[in-house]
Design a protein around this ligand. Structure first.
Ligand code: NAD
Ligand code: ZN
Length: 242
């Protein structure tokens, strides 16, 4: 591992453009459960997360969706960013062209000090009115969520999170794609890489000539595709860079 790290440090120091994509695994050491890692699969009141976190469930039972999201917000509010989140916040200070893309909705990157984060799946601390589009920022420790109804048009609000069956925010994804295409080195950290667009962004980066580096305690479907795969926890590995 030490040799790998020192080799990678050399590559990083020669890189002008760095892009990092994180998934649920980077927050695992903060006490936030992943959905798939370690052989687990999240279930809420007998429903798999693909069902409770879906566009269909928003239409059919928005109250149940909020119950699940407020449950998660209740877990997240007591969690703190970990060494991996802090390390990436420092990288941002060190590199002129650094991009952080996350699939996470927990807000821990920004609590660790990262800025201009591209949040592909939204944020669990925001609510949205589907009718008029107004966004409501909530405090991370405000559980259960409030307000419940839009102050503009009195429509019941929904979580501002991308659910199964929904499109990613177009502009955010376009920027992420462009950054993946342009970067010299692309890190994929703590994601099972099963959910689009994680795998897609990694492919774009690699086919555009970037060095692809994975950090994950388990093998993923992308492992064989990566130039370097570091087997371990993000919070143990990331602070050893730079
Ligand atoms: P996932 O649950 O599918 O996979 C998690 C991955 O993290 C696994 O490959 C696992 O081996 C790895 N992992 C576990 N502990 C780790 C550690 N300490 N360091 C590095 N890696 C570790 O997660 P996903 O690929 O992000 O996809 C799940 C979807 O669910 C995402 O879209 C995400 O938005 C959402 N989700 C978000 C959160 C969050 O915001 N914290 C939590 C759960 C799920
Ligand atoms: Zn409204």
């Amino acid at each position: 591992m030490e040799r790998k790290l020192s080799k990678l440090n050399k590559i990083i120091n020669m890189s002008a453009k760095i892009c990092v994509l994180t998934g649920a695994g980077i927050s695992a050491e903060s006490g936030i459960p992943t959905f798939r890692g370690g052989g687990n699969s999240a279930v809420w009141k007998g429903m798999p997360f693909e069902q409770i976190s879906s566009a269909r469930m928003v239409r059919e039972n928005l109250d149940a969706v909020w119950e699940w999201f407020d449950h998660r917000r209740g877990v997240y509010k007591d969690c703190q960013p970990n060494a991996a989140h802090f390390a990436l916040a420092e990288w941002q200070e060190k590199f002129e062209d650094f991009t952080l893309v996350t699939q996470n909705v927990d807000g821990l990157h920004s609590r660790a000090g990262s800025k201009n984060i591209i949040e592909l799946h939204g944020n669990i601390n925001r609510a949205r009115c589907e009718k008029c589009g107004r966004i409501y920022q909530m405090k991370f420790d405000e559980v259960p969520h409030q307000p419940d109804f839009c102050e503009n048009c009195e429509t019941k609000l929904r979580p501002d999170v991308v659910l199964f069956g929904e499109m990613l925010p177009v502009e955010a994804f376009q920027i992420a794609e462009q950054k993946a295409r342009e970067c010299d080195i692309f890190f994929i950290i703590g994601t099972s890489a099963l959910v689009y667009p994680a795998a897609g962004l990694a492919e774009i980066a690699k086919f555009s000539g970037a060095v692809l580096v994975e950090i994950n305690p388990e093998e993923t479907s992308l492992t064989n595709f990566c130039d370097h795969s570091l087997r371990g926890k993000a919070g143990d590995i990331l602070p050893n860079f730079l």
